[in-house]
Write a protein that binds this ligand. Structure first.
Ligand SMILES: *[C@@H]1O[C@H](CO)[C@@H](O)[C@H](O)[C@H]1NC(C)=O
Ligand SMILES: *[C@@H]1O[C@H](CO)[C@@H](O)[C@H](O)[C@H]1NC(C)=O
Ligand SMILES: *[C@@H]1O[C@H](CO)[C@@H](O)[C@H](O)[C@H]1NC(C)=O
Length: 426
């Protein structure tokens, strides 16, 4: 690994040869942003775009461990750990509280590192003395594996939504982390779907609430009755028929051939247009941001790592949340289907009062996917809501929580203060 990185620093256009160690869209990034077409993009940015999470973190000289854990239903999940900070005062010899980070829809652990040291949350936490673990949901680039079901050939692999991510993946990963570190409890920080899945876990597997010192929901998503733009609304109305259709033709993975980036790139990002709004809009579709918070230089890195994979059913389940205005289990669409599975004609609600871990919500009034009214309702129904913090920038968008230029200053600093307070008093 080390030699590979050294070679990288000296090399130029062709970045990593090994199939291993590459980001989900490394091939497309190399095609798209190759010199001399895009001579303005630095080598360092290109390298960050094509390295996978372990190599990317090691490039910045932070320690990184890869852990695999198997769920009861056979999925093999990849976790990434930054056990401590770098440099002389890295805190390696201290007793460090554990923080577990969970990414959003179509994302991966890369979300927490791709903006680099000093900005990305995982590095900031490691430098502040935390033992940082990053989960990956079933089906994404680092968790696209199963003991029997081949994700490329067996559509049944993709028969899951964020219900299973919350009900099975999170408990499995959290149990593993606690066992491995010998701790009894940890902090949980989620973004977007990483918050949805947490609320699923807390309501369906309430015994896990005791294992959580504090939970921080960045851009919290549970109720979606007021979500979104017209575009998101129309997508949500289409999602059920779309789900049925894709199931009929045996497609379970969202954008299975990963060619979205190539397509978007060729149509929209050619020439020196990399900072052109249309080009970055392909990422914008994932949730939206505020242009002031958007670092256009980093577009290749974001495109190299995102989208990282998901099932169609995850979208269908969110579509149901939007059109039904409820936070409940997957609706199988037929009386019989629901009765067979749940014993009731309607899918059961996730009982938020059972989520008894201390929860802090961090939200923004201009987040298209977490409307203030929905956030208020969530807060009111949670079993132990502790704090609700409005981001002190009214134009902060859904993706700014992870990629925003000021995220460290206006979100992470507050979260870290709360973690400290909970470590002392919690
Ligand atoms: C998937 O898991 C199997 C069984 O643990 C392992 O042998 C294989 O190398 C894994 N494949 C990938 C692509 O990680
Ligand atoms: C897909 O998962 C659901 C929920 O666990 C289950 O009821 C259903 O039988 C599964 N579908 C197939 C084809 O196995
Ligand atoms: C944007 O990203 C580049 C490359 O990482 C960095 O050098 C620059 O300082 C960033 N700009 C802002 C405003 O943070």
């Amino acid at each position: 690994m080390i030699t590979l990185i050294v070679v990288l620093f000296c090399g130029t256009a062709v970045l990593v040869d090994a199939a291993l160690g590459r980001s989900p869209h490394a091939d497309e990034i190399e095609q798209l942003f190759q010199r001399p077409v895009n001579a303005r993009i630095s080598n360092s940015i290109l390298i960050d775009a094509v390295l996978d999470v372990p190599l990317l973190v090691r490039k910045y000289r932070y320690p990184l461990e890869v852990h695999h854990v198997r769920t009861t239903d056979g999925y093999i999940l990849g976790m990434h750990r930054i056990p401590h900070g770098r440099g002389r005062n890295n805190g390696a010899d201290l007793d460090r509280p554990v923080v577990f980070l969970m990414h959003g829809l179509l994302s991966s652990s890369a979300d927490w590192v791709l903006m680099g040291p000093g900005s990305a949350f995982a590095y900031v936490l490691a430098d502040q003395g935390y033992d940082v673990w990053m989960g990956n949901a079933r089906g994404n680039y680092y968790s696209r594996n199963h003991t029997i079901l081949n994700p490329d050939t067996v559509p049944l692999f993709w028969n899951f939504s964020w219900d299973e991510i919350g009900n099975i993946d999170l408990p499995t990963m959290i149990t593993y982390v606690l066992r491995h570190t010998g701790k009894e409890r940890l902090h949980y920080i989620g973004h977007s779907q990483g918050t949805t899945a947490f609320f699923v876990m807390g309501s369906l597997r309430p015994e896990y609430n005791e294992k959580i010192i504090s939970m921080h929901a960045l851009a919290p998503v549970a109720y979606m009755a007021h979500s979104g733009s017209h575009l998101i609304k129309s997508i949500s109305e289409l999602s059920n028929p779309l789900y049925t259709l894709t199931r009929m033709v045996g497609i379970g993975e969202f954008l299975p051939n990963h060619k979205l980036v190539t397509w978007a790139g060729q149509v929209l990002c050619r020439e020196k247009a990399i900072s052109q709004p249309m080009c970055s809009n392909i990422l914008f579709l994932l949730g939206g941001w505020n242009e002031d918070q958007h670092n256009a230089t980093m577009v290749p890195v974001k495109l190299g790592h995102t989208p990282a994979g998901a099932s169609v059913k995850q979208f269908a389940h969110y579509g149901q949340s939007m059109s039904e205005g409820q936070f409940r289990r997957f609706d199988h669409g037929s009386l019989l289907g629901n009765i067979l599975l749940y014993g009731t004609p309607q899918p059961p609600r996730y009982d938020l009062s059972k989520v008894t871990s201390p929860v802090f919500l961090h939200y923004s009034p201009s987040d298209a996917l977490a409307d203030v009214r929905d956030v208020d309702r969530l807060f009111a129904e949670l079993g132990r809501p502790v704090g609700k913090f409005r981001i002190p920038d009214d134009r902060f968008g859904h993706l700014d929580f992870i990629w925003g230029i000021d995220a460290n200053k206006i979100v992470y600093e507050r979260v870290i203060n709360l973690l400290r307070a909970m470590d002392v008093h919690g």
